[in-house]
Design a binder for this molecule. Structure first.
Ligand code: HEM
Length: 403
């Protein structure tokens, strides 16, 4: 092939990958799709009627997330506002208070790079080995279903919930988290929940946390619930934090995994990774940058603040559009170098920077390694977008090895 033809083919593949991604946003979350389309052509900080301020620039986005004096998690627009309505004031105070620092400090060693590798091996290793065997035998596997089961297994393990149940238990845990998160679909304009939504949410929380009291009482020091007990957090807050971890760690992680698998495939990155395995970390970073599974981060304006010459008033809300801020660097490219402006904005920034970032990265890397373990690229034979979900993703992504 001539170099012009190669460039043209690569351009077509990149455009197709972009279309698949756009379809996921459209089917998953129409409100988000519309917001991203509208904000794409807005300035770096814009006031949108009924929504509040919208930030699309990566440097300004990080500035907002790092500025805890002016922007908070509690109050209209912040995610802490949602948690307060479900679990009460103590949970709300947690996001902005000393307890937050205390819990993060107590949990830090469970989320280091080494701990993340051990956690993924322990909770997902057997499933990956089975997937690799099935692929090598010529079978087609559903990467999306596996990603959901694996996310559920990982979260159960780190919390100290029973880890030895069949896949269905963890698929159900994932499903409950997805249903709870979907209740937040209508909160882009306001984080105030109506009483019926609160009732539905509390019923789902009962499902998610059925095993939490036992794990809280007996969990060892290497489990998050055991740590909660050790620092005297109390069973009610432990339930709240367990739910937070299920919400924060399953949908985002599964979406990041399955979309990275698709992006690598759609752009011909599989062959590149087989030829040069040192590209793997970059492929994971690119997948998460482009998919940005936490596409919007909300904050409440606590005090009047100046952002790039605009005055944001106390009581207003800010939506940091991480999806646009990270995608500004361009489409998925398995060979793209680290982007300094973006850094790892898909994991947020400041005090609330994703606690599970290392876990998420290892999880995506392990899935790619499994799909490429036989030394052959994989083909996607069928895909279906998830519908009406908070985090756009694939409901189904079937892959098989190329002969
Ligand atoms: C690709 C996957 C993931 C993405 C894109 C992601 C993204 C984020 C973002 C943007 C935040 C900050 C939210 C805010 O500031 O309001 C966050 C927080 C958090 N994430 Fe993740 N996350 C991912 C996976 C995970 C996993 C696998 C876990 C757990 C094992 C996890 C646990 C958490 C927790 C506990 C917080 C709250 C941190 C705090 O408030 O101090 N996340 N995540």
């Amino acid at each position: 092939m001539t170099s012009t033809k190669i460039t043209r083919t690569a351009g077509r593949a990149t455009a197709a990958a972009g279309r698949h991604e756009a379809r996921l946003l459209w089917h998953g979350n129409r409100g988000l799709f519309a917001l991203l389309q509208a904000a794409r052509h807005a300035g770096p900080v814009t006031r949108v009627p009924r929504l509040g301020w919208v930030v699309t620039d990566p440097v300004l986005a990080r500035r907002v997330l790092n500025d805890h004096e002016h922007f908070g998690m509690n109050g209209e627009g912040g995610v802490g506002h949602l948690w307060t309505q479900l679990f009460g004031e103590e949970m709300g105070r947690f996001f902005g208070g000393a307890r937050h620092t205390e819990v993060r400090t107590a949990a830090r060693d469970l989320f280091t790079e080494d701990a993340a590798r051990a956690l993924i091996d322990r909770s997902q290793g057997a499933h990956h080995a089975a997937l690799a065997r099935r692929l090598a035998a010529g079978e087609t596997v559903d990467v999306a279903d596996s990603a959901r089961v694996l996310a559920g297994r990982m979260v159960a393990d780190v919390l100290g919930l029973p880890a030895d149940r069949p896949d269905g238990t963890y698929r159900a845990l994932f499903g409950a988290g997805e249903r709870l998160a979907a209740l937040a679909l209508g909160t882009t304009a306001s984080t105030e929940l109506d009483p019926a939504t609160v009732r539905r949410a509390r019923a789902i929380v009962e499902d998610i946390t059925a095993d939490v009291p036992g794990a809280y009482r007996t969990g060892g020091p290497d489990t998050l619930l055991g740590r909660c007990r050790e620092i005297g957090l109390g069973p009610a807050m432990a339930r709240g934090l367990a739910t937070l971890l299920v919400i924060a760690g399953t949908e985002t992680g599964a979406s990041g995994t399955v979309r990275t698998v698709a992006l690598v495939h759609d752009t011909g990155g599989g062959r590149a990774l087989l030829e040069d395995p040192s590209l793997l970390d970059g492929a994971v970073r690119e997948g998460l940058r482009v998919a940005a599974p936490a596409p919007v981060i909300g904050r409440h304006v606590v005090r009047d603040a100046d952002v790039a010459g605009r005055t944001l008033r106390a009581g207003e809300r800010v939506l940091v559009l991480t999806y646009l801020a990270t995608n500004g660097a361009g489409p998925f490219d398995v060979r793209r170098e680290y982007v300094p402006e973006t850094r790892q904005l898909w994991f947020g920034g400041g005090r609330h920077l994703c606690l599970g970032a290392a876990v998420a990265r290892v999880q995506v890397a392990r899935m790619l390694a499994t799909l490429l373990a036989d030394g052959r690229p994989y083909a996607i034979t069928h895909r279906r977008a998830a519908r009406r979900v908070l985090v756009p993703s694939y409901a189904e992504l079937r892959a098989t090895l190329v002969r």
